[in-house]
Design a protein around this ligand. Structure first.
Ligand code: PRP
Length: 180
């Protein structure tokens, strides 16, 4: 185990297996359709790669980077898009992929923003759901694992930019927080 990790919640095998299951579910749900996957950088890169490999449909992959103006509003207008999609989504089925839903503000804002562009549908998939922290009604349509309210890193999730490349989801040692 990595020296800064207190506990491994999900190892690589478990994550790969869960991505397989979700991929099959998505393949069935969208049978006969095409899908535009919108991956939210940076955290979503690892889960996006793992999940989309298991979606047996014509998939187009696009990326977005956003930052929030704060937590006081959930309107789509308050989101700052740093990198927008390369392709148009009007008339397409859109699946937003993120590493984690926490307060729910990111997914709510991005969903609302993309819905304004007249897609056929907008759904969401996340690897992790930290339900205890939610501040709105947002829930992801496809969830890898529900997790407790702990600071987790790895598989795309960072602490101050570090640990994204760990091939597991783990809880960070409190001593690591204290140092920063
Ligand atoms: C993290 C994570 C989600 C969001 C979830 O992104 O990747 O996008 O926060 O939190 P929320 O549900 O409370 O909105 P972050 O802004 O840290 O960027 P990153 O993906 O580059 O790590």
């Amino acid at each position: 185990m990595h020296k800064d990790i207190k506990q491994v919640l999900f190892n690589e095998e478990e994550i790969i297996q869960r991505a397989k299951e979700l991929g099959e579910q998505i393949t069935n749900d969208y049978a006969g359709q095409q899908l535009v996957v919108v991956s939210l950088l940076k955290g979503a890169v690892y889960f996006t790669a793992e999940l989309t490999k298991n979606i047996d449909l014509p998939v187009r992959l696009d990326f977005m980077i956003s930052s929030s103006y704060g937590n006081d509003t959930s309107s789509a207008g308050s989101i700052n898009v740093i990198k927008d999609l390369d392709e148009k989504i009007a008339g397409k089925h859109v699946l937003i992929i993120d590493d984690i839903i926490d307060t729910g503000l990111t997914l709510e804002k991005i969903s609302k923003l993309l819905e304004m562009r007249n897609p056929l549908s907008v759904k969401t998939a996340v690897l992790l759901d930290k339900g205890a922290r939610r501040v709105n009604e947002m829930n992801a349509d496809y969830v890898g694992f529900a997790i407790p309210d702990e600071f987790v890193v790895g598989y795309g999730l960072d602490f101050a930019g570090d640990y994204r490349n760990l091939p597991i989801i783990g809880i960070l040692k409190p001593a690591v927080f204290a140092k920063k």
